[in-house]
Design a protein around this ligand. Sequence first.
Ligand code: OSB
Ligand code: MG
Length: 372
Amino acid sequence: MRIERISLHHLRMPLVAPFETSFGREVDRECILVILDAEGLRGYGECVASRDPGYSYETTGTAWHISRDFIGPSILGSDIQSVVDFRRTIDRIRGHNLAKAGFEMAMWDLIGKRTERSLRELLGGHKTRVEVGVSVGLQESPDTLVDVVGSYLKTGYGRVKIKIKPGRDVADARAVRTAFPALRLQVDGNSAYTLESSQGLKPLDEMNLLLIEQPLFEDDIWDHRRLQAQLRTPICLDESIVSPRHARYALEMQACRIINIKAARVGGLSQALEVHELCASHGIPVWCGGMLETGVGRASNLALASLRGFTLPGDISASDRYYQRDITNERFELDSESMISVPAAPGLGVTLDESAVSDYTLRREELGGHSF
Ligand code: OSB
Ligand code: MG
């Protein structure tokens, strides 16, 4: 398919409630919407880089630069037949996984629309509904946290993740565990600890948590191995797994017992499939992480999570947990079993609310052709 035109939209969308992690507090979420036009079809992708380099070194600013000046020009006017072709075309661009993944998502959407197959079918997913949980940010106090968790439980979420940071960990987790003794509960440190400061997390080992997510630095697979050896609770890596190779290193080192897969973090859905395969061959459970996606990225996450190895609930909550007004006409709802249906229409299976897109657009750029 010849890529005739590329549109980039830098969006800023108000969140329903502020989201606070060990690396900061977000009131709005920024991302880049990638639109590829080819053969009368239009593919959508979401680049999940955020405004600040907190979770990742990439930001909407760096992703904009890489997308406009390198990825876009590499594929504009090219005849790209497959995701393999796409990856070969952008091979020479080092790093910048979040930027690459936004384009790759749009390629999958295009290919699905051309072949009239859903992304779930293209990826080989077998589930038509997937089990999900909710990720709850840091709150003012343990009491507020218990209230917020309680309100999500009333909404129907069957698994909860709470964010932790040094000084706001054991007491927060204990408060939630005491209030909800049977809750499927996990915590996420977002790289805020060192091997030394993580020693204070030992009491978490007595709280029957599903997992402890990414306590140590992104580049610290080795110390995760040392910490895992001291804990009964599985460590789950998020930030550290930036490629299928890193997943292999972590598994060979026994640095974790669970992996959170985010297609963006590993450079795209095709790499996410590789991580999924690798984990399956090691008997390591995986689950689909989230980046507060719009309906575009959420559709992609649901399709990925439909694969067999995704045996733990994903951070893929209902649309109303994130945005009052989303950029897709489709909204995702939680059912009575804490599940969300995987879109079945070709490609991502979502359509754009163009007036919402234009209301949220901070800047846009067109490469090739005229603007829409
Ligand atoms: O570490 O999983 C994370 C959001 C932004 C950046 C990093 C993370 C998160 C979440 C939110 O935990 C998950 C979601 O999209 O609901
Ligand atoms: Mg995480």
